[in-house]
Design a protein around this ligand. Structure first.
Ligand SMILES: Cc1cc2nc3c(=O)[nH]c(=O)nc-3n(C[C@H](O)[C@H](O)[C@H](O)COP(=O)(O)OP(=O)(O)OC[C@H]3O[C@@H](n4cnc5c(N)ncnc54)[C@H](O)[C@@H]3O)c2cc1C
Length: 459
């Protein structure tokens, strides 16, 4: 005998819980299943804890620069990692508890803890019980990838998840992977007081970004004493007494880096291998991501996939937007589509990088006639006043339609200011709207109208 629901949701990431709440409010009987921590990656091992750690690191960094701002700190700035972790645990713990209490308090919603697996296209097994529903929603997220690199089984290593238990300061942290997750951890641990080396296989950091962005981020990190080893073509891990040797095979420099701890930050893998997807025949791609259409339906009618596991986004906001698309389409007879959204995200180093729309490479590929402008942050008065003059504002527009094509704001406040441009893009309005707007002085955003008056043909 199976227990019947109107909807079953697997996973309590960023899409599952709001979907459960909305279905339940509409009078549907909902079951939501979580095998580990309520709130998933963002709440427990991703955005919330890391964005709580970054300000601790920032505070230590500013304290060390006290003399520049006109104050003295008596003695060295020493970070107590136990207290840093306690602060992080408190903030993330509150969110985790909040998600669980919210779900358990919902009328019409049954919360089940356990590992869910498909038995058929309408049935899911959890804790040896069978549940069935006409609609099943998969929000199982992903985990840190652990590639089969030589030595990986012989040495201890950290991931973004095990990093959450760290209440000590590694003497020398070697971060394998020079992309978003690796760089955030790398900078924060350097500021906490570790020696940090970032080892990246590619020829530059954050390889998806434009070269000038990668280069400026590299300069900013190196200024803080982070060592960066690029072109590490063949990474190996070897135990050397109490240390770990990370083979890098870089062209010019020594062939290995000797660290005390290794953090693996080389990408994510979707949690789709142990879901029994073969039972209903849900299609996945070569990397295990569930294949979905523009409205997030899988190839099996009645089964949807939302969040990181569908490969259509890797952010909290993309997962939450997936929920909005599915809920509006099912409950409000709307026709929302994934392809309607505009690419946007941030790298939360300090200063942060706010990004929206196309990169230069994508614009070039598109063959459009574009105009572009790049303005250094050391010519933005607010950045200079704050003593944070690194980075630049770069915006590109379509020369014919005048629509904004893409932007990168690497600099103080870049993660917030980018939304000025993003919302104009959503409004499908010309850039001249921003160019003629009056903004508040002194802010970083106040420079956008001025910057947009200096557009030149795209090289
Ligand atoms: C270090 C780090 C920092 C990040 N920072 C940011 C950031 O600043 N901004 C941003 O937008 N994004 C950030 N991200 C990405 C963000 O965390 C994810 O995109 C976001 O959590 C969306 O995840 P999700 O909804 O797909 O599922 P997840 O949050 O991954 O949740 C999936 C849930 O499903 C559960 N589950 C899995 N399989 C089963 C099963 N078979 N049965 C029952 N339950 C199951 C899991 O236990 C988990 O709780 C970061 C990620 C990392 C790793």
């Amino acid at each position: 005998m199976s227990q019947h629901f109107d909807a079953i949701i697997i996973g309590t990431g960023q899409a599952g819980p709001p979907l459960a709440a909305q279905f339940a409010a509409a009078g549907m009987a909902v079951a939501i299943i979580e095998r580990h921590k309520f709130g998933g990656t963002c709440v427990n091992t991703g955005c919330i804890p890391t964005k709580t750690l970054v300000p601790s690191a920032y505070a230590a960094h500013v304290a060390r620069r006290g003399a520049e701002y006109g104050f003295d700190v008596n003695g060295d700035v020493r970070v107590d990692m136990k207290r840093v972790k306690a602060r992080k645990d408190e903030v993330a713990g509150r969110s985790n508890k909040g998600v669980e209490e919210w779900l358990r308090g919902l009328k019409n919603c049954t919360v089940i803890q356990g590992h869910a697996r498909f038995q058929s296209s309408r049935e899911v097994v959890v804790n040896d019980k069978v549940l069935d529903a006409d609609k099943i929603f998969i929000n199982v997220g992903g985990r840190a990838s652990v590639p089969e690199m030589p030595g990986i089984h012989d040495v201890p290593f950290l991931t973004n998840s095990s990093m959450m238990d760290a209440d000590f300061l590694p003497e020398h942290l070697v971060v394998v992977g020079g992309s978003y997750v690796g760089l955030e951890f790398g900078q924060m641990y350097r500021r906490f007081g570790s020696e940090v080396t970032v080892v990246e296989m590619g020829p530059r950091l954050i390889g998806r970004e434009d070269e000038d962005v990668s280069e400026e981020v590299r300069k900013i990190l190196e200024l803080e004493g982070i060592r960066i080893r690029l072109n590490a073509k063949c990474i190996t891990l070897t135990k050397r007494d109490s240390r770990i040797a990370v083979g890098v095979e870089c062209e010019d420099d020594p062939p290995e880096v000797l660290g005390t701890h290794v953090l693996l930050a080389v990408g994510r893998t979707p949690n789709t291998h142990d879901l029994g997807l073969d039972r209903p025949g849900v299609a996945t791609d070569m990397r295990g991501y569930i294949v979905v259409d523009d409205q997030l339906q899988t190839n099996v009618p009645g089964i949807w996939a939302l969040g990181d596991c569908n490969g259509r986004g890797a952010f909290t906001h993309t997962s939450y937007n997936d929920y909005e698309i599915v809920a509006d389409n099912l409950l409000n007879a709307d026709h929302r589509r994934v392809s309607d959204r505009i690419q946007t995200y941030a790298l939360f180093t300090d200063p942060p990088l706010g990004r929206c729309g196309m990169t230069d490479t994508e614009i070039r590929k598109s063959g459009r006639t574009a105009l572009t402008v790049k303005h250094p942050m050391n010519k933005v008065s607010r950045a200079v006043e704050k003593g944070e003059p690194h980075g630049f504002i770069k915006i590109s527009v379509d020369a014919d339609t005048k629509h904004i094509l893409g932007a990168a704001i690497l600099g103080t406040g870049g993660d917030e200011v980018i939304h000025v441009l993003l919302d104009v893009m959503y409004a499908k309005a010309p850039y001249t709207i921003v160019q003629r707007a009056m903004h508040i002085h002194p802010t970083v955003a106040e420079f956008l109208p001025t910057v947009l008056s200096k557009l030149e043909p795209f090289a």
